[in-house]
Design a protein around this ligand. Structure first.
Ligand SMILES: Nc1ncnc2c1ncn2[C@@H]1O[C@H](COP(=O)(O)OP(=O)(O)OP(=O)(O)O)[C@@H](O)[C@H]1O
Length: 553
């Protein structure tokens, strides 16, 4: 059994530190869990293919499952701080589905699950759907969701105990129009709780807490009281947030990190609970200038022939998620990579990698600029392995689960350790290994190492590697790479201009024809005026002629 240590409290919430030293081979069999509905247990084992539980899952499920463990038929709220990819969704989905499947069905909302984004609504719904498979469970547990592409219904029509999964914004819409009744709520789950607290000025929380669970005693026999479950890899410890939640008999579960982590040796509360997964390696590459980051990315993506003994870095990874600082930065970088990876056989230093066959179609964008349906399609392509690089804004940083992602690149350095923990958590999930690369400017290096990477990796220097960008690019190739970079940037500018004129659709990968056209144009622009900025008049004339040609054809 995982060892649990109890610590002093903050805002009167006792802290339970869970030992994470259980060897993978010693993980606890899921079938040993008491109180799980037999069909739900079968779904976990056969559909989710989970046979053993992580220590945190075991400890928290003991607390949340009906009639299990020493806590009896669960009362009391739970806060969980466990690393990214440690299976927190199962920690609440299993007790909810199992509990509702075993209770007398009620025609009301019994569980409300709030997540920060529409993408997560769909992802969490998929897990619930798997757990609800089978007539005997599906007949008593109804799943209802509201997301951007699925507007809230006038009323959340209910035939049986409902699990309602949504975002705070959509919940507010429903509350506004009295389309949802939360009086008989048994479960209130805040997944990515610290992120939810930053949304909508907490308005949703007051509205929910004013009604949630208050009708349970009106039913006969009385329904079980409301339980709140808050989860995150960077859980809030703000006394103000905890006070607002009106928690009842709460326990805060967190991992006890190894010796050397602050404040865990005795029974005092650790100062920092959030860590990146212990299976993550962190590589930072220090660049002399912003432009060098693009050259480096080309090098890392295998665009330039292998040099010396340096590893091929990114091209050695199957699925890579690249984080940028904003939606527009993600779009520009996507176009850059799409143009760069479209093969240019006439360029001497370009590696025509027939083995991986990387092309523009293997790069896609994931940001709020895309409709939720398009974002879901991109995630599916990443899961299907028909995509190698996904360039994204921080909308991808929280919660998204794609097990095949084996590397994350922080193209723009994250401003805060919380952002770093969530970004790099898209790899090294569920005990798998993963690598994160952070591209840094020299002036950012000290701050990043001290304030971001250090705390996130708990000072574990064995998992940290530092390279200088110039070590990864051979001197003889630097001039050629830099020239390509400038050429591709000119092509990017042309494409962005074409998007503004609606000649090129901004939310689709560039066609091979457009890549070739833009690169040819960028090449000829360079010949006529190598150092000059693009003459606007000439660009517009070109776009006119392209539009006219397309129209005529
Ligand atoms: N006991 C387990 N053994 C193996 N895989 C598991 C186990 N529990 C969950 N998983 C898998 O681990 C992956 C990550 O789970 P999940 O998305 O719930 O993690 P998370 O802790 O919520 O991560 P994040 O903090 O990034 O949201 C999922 O693909 C899930 O199926």
């Amino acid at each position: 059994m995982p060892q649990v240590t109890w610590c002093g409290s903050i805002a009167d919430v006792p802290l339970a530190l869970v030992e994470d030293t259980v060897d993978a081979s010693e993980r606890l069999p899921v079938e040993d869990l008491a109180g799980v509905h037999p069909r739900v247990m079968r779904n976990v084992q056969e559909q989710l293919r989970i046979e053993h539980l992580f220590p945190m899952q075991w400890v928290v499920l003991q607390r949340l499952l009906p009639q299990s463990g020493r806590f009896g038929d669960g009362v009391g709220d739970v806060l969980v701080n466990a690393p990214t990819g440690s299976g927190k969704t199962l920690v609440y989905a299993l007790p909810i589905v199992s509990g509702l499947a075993q209770a007398v069905p009620q025609p009301c909302v019994r569980a409300l699950v709030l997540v920060p984004t529409h993408d997560l609504v769909q992802q969490v719904e998929a897990v619930f759907r798997v757990l609800c498979a089978g007539e005997e469970v599906a007949a008593v547990v109804q799943l209802v969701t509201a997301a951007k592409d699925r507007p809230p219904r006038q009323t959340v029509a209910l035939r049986c105990s409902a699990v309602f999964i949504t975002t705070c914004g959509h919940l507010l819409d429903l509350l506004e129009s009295d389309a949802i009744d939360l009086r008989y709520l048994r479960w209130l789950v805040l997944d990515e709780a610290d992120r939810l607290f930053q949304q909508s000025g907490h308005e949703w929380l007051g509205r929910v807490l004013r009604t949630a669970g208050h009708g349970s005693g009106l039913m006969y026999p009385p329904l079980k009281p409301l339980r709140k479950v808050l989860l995150s890899a960077t859980q809030t410890q703000e006394a103000e947030h905890l006070a607002r939640l009106q928690l009842q008999w709460p326990v805060f579960y967190a991992y006890r990190w190894g010796e050397g982590s602050e404040g865990t040796a005795d029974n005092s509360r650790p100062r920092r609970l959030s860590r990146a997964p212990s299976t993550l390696q962190s590589v930072s590459v220090v660049c002399a200038a912003e432009a060098e980051k693009l050259e480096l990315l080309l090098r890392m993506a295998g665009y330039v022939a292998r040099v010396g003994n340096a590893n091929r870095l990114l091209s050695a990874h199957d699925r890579v998620v690249i984080f940028t600082k904003s939606v527009s930065a993600a779009h520009r970088l996507t176009r850059f990579l799409q143009l760069a990876l479209e093969q240019l056989p006439h360029q001497p230093c370009v590696e025509n990698d027939a083995a991986t066959g990387v092309s523009a179609g293997h790069v896609a964008e994931f940001s709020r600029q895309l409709a939720p349906v398009a974002r879901a399609r991109m995630l599916q392509r990443l899961r299907d392995r028909s995509l190698q690089y996904l360039v994204c804004s921080d909308v991808m940083a929280r919660g998204i689960d794609v097990l095949s992602v084996d590397a994350v690149v922080n193209y723009d350095v994250p401003a805060h350790v919380t952002t770093f923990v969530h970004r790099v958590g898209r790899t090294a999930r569920a005990g798998q290994s993963g690598t994160c690369y952070t591209l840094l400017l020299e002036r950012q290096q000290a701050y990043f190492e001290r304030e971001i990477q250090g705390p996130a990796l708990g000072g574990d220097v064995e998992r940290v590697f530092v390279h200088r960008a110039h070590e990864l690019l051979e001197e003889t190739q630097r001039a050629a790479v830099s020239m390509h970079c400038r050429r591709i940037l000119r092509a990017v500018r042309l494409v962005l201009e074409a998007e503004r004129w609606s000649i090129v659709p901004a939310d689709e990968p560039l066609s091979a024809e457009w890549c070739a056209y833009a690169l040819r144009y960028a090449g000829s622009a360079q010949e006529s005026a190598p150092q000059e900025p693009e003459p606007q008049a000439r660009l517009q004339q070109t776009l006119h002629s392209v539009a006219l040609r397309n129209w005529l054809s």
